[in-house]
Design a protein around this ligand. Structure first.
Ligand code: BJW
Length: 230
């Protein structure tokens, strides 16, 4: 049975009402990436960073999964082979849409991480700079988010999934951030059929065998319907 590996980015959550990063009015137009998404930025101004993620955590709690999230959950439930969703997103819309096999390579708004001992625990809805770690008591709690220069989570397992993929789909990601932008090359090497779902060609768009252009809520739903009716 075909193994399907899906990579998702901010574009899949856009129709739920969450901003993407690199749109003209996106998150990086409103905040300097060096300030809010690097370990150096956190050391410089922990309150700015904690507040940025508190606001995103609060916003994520007010939105709902859209048809694309639900289509992927249906694919996982009804496809006879394995379906893995690797998401760069830190929201929980895949899980709330019904997907179970979800890997959060860039962390999660729902997690806290100790900058001193690496202990991880569920984040409070509102974190404060200097919150103590429940394991080592250091006042070093930070959002459990993978910032630039940090190693994404579960890399060995992710590359194992890519190496055994028969189909690789990338949904709503601009292909600007590595290592995720390199996954299409990895999946091609493994012989997978590669598809991109986006409003436009991404930075690595030329590497995909197939393109489905349009809003993910429509293109992903149509593709899942096609796959499941074969
Ligand atoms: C729609 C739509 C709709 C809209 N329907 N589509 C070369 C090789 C390896 C590494 C590097 C390298 N060069 C540089 C690096 C380092 C760096 C990097 O990539 N920098 C680039 C700027 C060049 N990478 C790192 O530091 C990473 N760590 C690392 O590399 O460790 C070493 C390592 C090396 C090799 C192997 C393994 C490890 C860590 C990266 C951490 C990224 N963190 C962020 C912020 C934290 C999370 C958060 O706050 O939410 O993650 S940055 C930000 O970008 C966020 C996202 O997850 C990520 C990707 O963005 P995404 O999802 O693609 O969003 P957008 O806005 O860019 O695009 C949205 C897309 O949707 C667009 O295309 C729209 O068209 C589309 N769209 N509506 C369909 N309705």
């Amino acid at each position: 049975m075909h193994k399907i590996v899906i990579l998702t980015g901010a574009g899949i959550s856009a129709e739920s009402g969450l901003e993407t990063f690199r749109a003209e009015d996106g998150l990086w137009a409103q905040h300097r990436v060096e300030d809010v998404a690097t370990p150096e930025g956190f050391v410089r101004d922990p309150k700015l960073v904690v507040d940025f993620y508190n606001a995103r955590r609060a916003q994520a709690a007010t939105v709902e999964p859209n048809a694309a999230h639900r289509a992927l959950a249906r694919l996982e439930a009804e496809h006879k082979g394995e379906v893995i969703v690797i998401t760069q997103n830190v929201d929980d819309l895949h899980e709330r849409g019904g997907s179970r096999a979800v890997m959060h390579m860039h962390g999660s708004l729902k997690g806290a991480l100790c900058a001193a001992c690496d202990h991880r625990w569920p984040a409070a809805m509102v974190m404060a700079p200097g919150d103590p770690c429940p394991s080592c008591a250091a006042p070093a709690a930070r959002p459990d988010i993978v910032w630039f220069g940090e190693m994404p989570y579960d890399m060995d397992a992710l590359f194992d999934h890519l190496a055994s993929a028969d189909i690789f789909g990338a949904i709503g990601t601009s292909g600007n951030v590595y290592p995720a932008a390199g996954f299409v090359a990895e999946a091609r090497r493994a012989g997978a059929h590669t598809l991109e779902f986006n409003l436009e060609r991404s930075s690595v768009g030329s590497q995909f065998a197939e393109h489905r252009t349009g809003p993910a809520s429509q293109t992903v739903t149509t593709w899942v319907d096609e796959l499941l009716s074969r």
